[in-house]
Design a protein around this ligand. Sequence first.
Ligand SMILES: [Fe+2]
Ligand SMILES: [Fe+2]
Length: 351
Amino acid sequence: MTVHVIADSASKISAIRAMIEQRHMVTSEVLADAAIKRGGIEAAVVSVDIAAVDNISALKAISAKLARIPTRIFVIDNKGRLSIVQAYALGATHVFTNPVNPARLLAKLAPVEASLVPSDDPSEGTGSVEAASAGAASIAAMFSAAMNGTTIDIADARAAGGKIADSVAEDGLSDWLSTVRRHHEGTYQHCLLVTGVAVDFGLSLGLRNTDMERLYSAAMFHDIGKAKIPLAVLDKPGKLDEQERVLIQSHPVAGFEILRGNPGISPEILDGVRHHHELLDGSGYPDGLCAQSITDIVRILTISDIFAALIEHRTYKPTMPREKAYEILQSMHGKLEKPLVEAFREVALNR
Ligand SMILES: [Fe+2]
Ligand SMILES: [Fe+2]
């Protein structure tokens, strides 16, 4: 693969070169003089201080050329979510924070080879494995509380959602999807996937922190109503009969009822739980809402939910490729917000 390295100092260029040169054809430029004149570059590694104003304007100046390179990995110093959002806003498809692990950088540059790496390989993001375990534990606890009629710990689920948000922001969506699909199944897998996809979608849209928190909390809780549906129906591989379909479609209202008396719950989460199956043309359920009554957070959640459901790993059928799942979203004319589906493209295909 041809990789172009751009950094704000010669020493950073050498550091990145040392990590990847044995495996890839590498060219490089210092950011201040960067012009990206060569064609045929398959990946860029951009190692810069993202907080420096000069660097931001230099990156903006080359943004159009950078955008033509399919894989754009940013290596930044600051771990804060704001810096990570900034990197995505400047064109990153993946973001690593220093000190970067060379094995993981190489894995990102060669995704096909990386998929052959066994699951106990140290290059798998331990952050994502831990966040996924904490997330699954929290979802399991909320499902069991819902089944037993005891109070759900909202703060615990929000904290677990925050860990997922950090993991996706730091290690990228692809890492999250493969970790979750490898280690979790069924409804927990689905809820973890939806939360990760929603987080990455929110990051790519540059949502502010409060909206991010609302979004990932709503994603964690969105299918809590499924706690009331027998597993035999929930996990049924084949087509559902009419009675089963009605039962499945009762889960948004069931979830709303489970959460509504809880003092820790916010109106946005309740809205997301009840309305994530509503569609802009009014053909969704349970309330048949139309466009003007469906909030932005819910629209983002719905797209994330459909995409995550399509790419789920199930033992009885092959996993749908992300490209195919995105085509299905694009074909849902009038049901999903078109500009949002368009904005989802990078998340769906490249991150
Ligand atoms: Fe649902
Ligand atoms: Fe769902």
